[in-house]
Ligand binder design. Structure first.
Ligand code: DQA
Length: 147
């Protein structure tokens, strides 16, 4: 089983970016934890971070036919991107949306997700752990579909 893990804009700055909101963990540390959990589960992960909407969309398109599902933190594009939502719908791969912070208890504009309606589900508010919960969720969802 192969899962595409996508990190959206500004997540490359984790560790130094608003640590009061996002914690001090770096993206490299998150990726290491994701890779380790994937190994335990027996899944393969392809991990990509981009600050560009088009690059994220290109990776989603490329996942069709090569990946079984997507774990995505669309970051600020969560609240703005019809294009990323449409890309996920277009490839028809199951996706789980994750956020480090709880987007539902921050500014009003963050409570709206364009991605959630095309996702299997959303995990929000558990810091770096959101990614690991999300990986288990997408893994179990895909496994059910394969059996
Ligand atoms: C985020 C939440 C978004 O609102 C924000 O724009 C981010 C990070 C999170 O992981 O908590 O960049 O997706």
């Amino acid at each position: 089983m192969k899962i595409l893990v996508l990190h959206g804009p500004n997540l490359n700055l984790l560790g130094s970016r608003e640590p009061g909101v996002y914690g001090k963990v770096t993206l490299a540390e998150i990726d290491t934890a994701i890779t380790a959990l994937a190994g335990e589960l027996g899944a393969e992960v392809e991990i990509c971070q981009s600050n560009s909407e088009g690059a994220l969309i290109d990776r989603i398109h490329a996942a069709a036919g090569s990946c079984h599902g997507i774990l995505i933190n669309p970051a600020a594009y969560t609240h703005t991107s019809v294009a990323i939502r449409d890309a996920i719908a277009a490839v028809a791969l199951p996706a789980v949306e994750v956020h480090l912070s709880n987007i539902h208890c921050r500014e009003e504009f963050r409570t709206r997700s364009f991605i959630a309606p095309v996702a299997v589900g959303q995990i929000s508010g558990f810091g770096a752990e959101s990614y690991l919960l999300g990986l288990r969720a997408i893994f179990n969802h895909i496994k059910k579909g394969l059996s």
